[in-house]
Design a binder for this molecule. Structure first.
Ligand code: ADP
Ligand code: ADP
Ligand code: ZN
Length: 217
């Protein structure tokens, strides 16, 4: 069984690669960002609470996210493996994830750490476009990964493409800052556990995918 954590700076390609792993191994991806954006879209209590936090690029409070992940990982569709994208982002969350997993008699088997420079991250996030259909949320890039059929529509479902509210220069800067402060220490955390795999993220999408396939095989 593969319980995979995607690790890497914003824009490193975690979501892009998670989609491919998910299709290959037929296991679901739990993306915290997607779950939160769906809450905002549905205008739920949680959605209203977090929408301004997310727009600014700040982190959602730990208790909220750990509880949500505990519930989500208890759902039936994750029993044969899962990919977690966007979580954990702090040492506290990494500890919480270990506790959630051991409570379910499982463990994180692979941490895929995709490495790119901050300059590349900014280029990628500035040109990122996502499908506006939140059941799909396929990922594109105006230059590096444009849709094949229509430049403004999703190849997969035909919905319009949009730019995320937090892919603006201020929020991008803040997210990279928080990544280096709070999330980068997870590299050592997982290295010590022996589950970390480093992947060079500065190569074309299919090449990154091939490296990951080798790791997971
Ligand atoms: P993350 O989930 O880590 O924030 P994404 O998967 O959303 O990253 O990728 C960020 C942007 O970079 C998207 O626009 C995506 O199409 C593009 N992208 C992803 N991987 C690569 C790559 N290897 N080379 C060039 N562009 C990429
Ligand atoms: P990115 O990785 O590009 O910042 P995500 O889609 O993963 O984007 O997350 C979007 C936003 O959702 C984050 O900027 C943050 O506000 C919130 N968020 C997502 N995951 C977490 C987490 N594990 N802890 C706290 N906040 C989170
Ligand atoms: Zn779509």
């Amino acid at each position: 069984m593969r319980n995979i954590v995607m690790l890497g700076v914003q824009g490193s390609g975690k979501g892009t690669q998670a989609d491919r792993i998910s299709a290959r191994y037929e296991i679901p991806t739990i993306s915290t960002g997607k779950l939160f954006r769906a809450e905002i879209e549905r205008n739920t209590g949680l959605g209203r609470e977090i929408s301004s936090i997310i727009k600014k690029g700040e982190l959602v409070p730990a208790a909220r996210i750990n509880q949500m992940m505990g519930e989500r990982l208890s759902e039936e569709d994750t029993v044969n493996g899962v990919i977690v994208d966007g979580y954990p982002r702090t040492l506290e969350q990494a500890q919480a994830l270990d506790d959630i997993m051991s409570g379910l008699s499982r463990q994180v088997t692979h941490v895929l750490y995709i490495k790119i420079s901050d300059e590349e991250a900014v280029r990628r996030l500035s040109g990122r476009r996502v499908c506006s259909n939140n059941k799909c949320e396929a990922n594109y890039h105006v230059e590096f990964n444009p849709p094949k059929k229509d430049p403004n529509r999703c190849d997969r479902c035909g919905s319009a493409l949009m730019q995320r509210a937090d892919d603006n220069p201020e929020a991008i800067g803040r997210r990279l800052e928080l990544y280096h402060k709070d999330t980068a220490p997870l590299v050592d955390f997982y290295k010590k556990k022996g589950t970390l795999h480093e992947v060079d993220g500065q190569q074309p999408i299919p090449d990154v995918e091939a490296v990951i396939n080798g790791i997971l095989a």
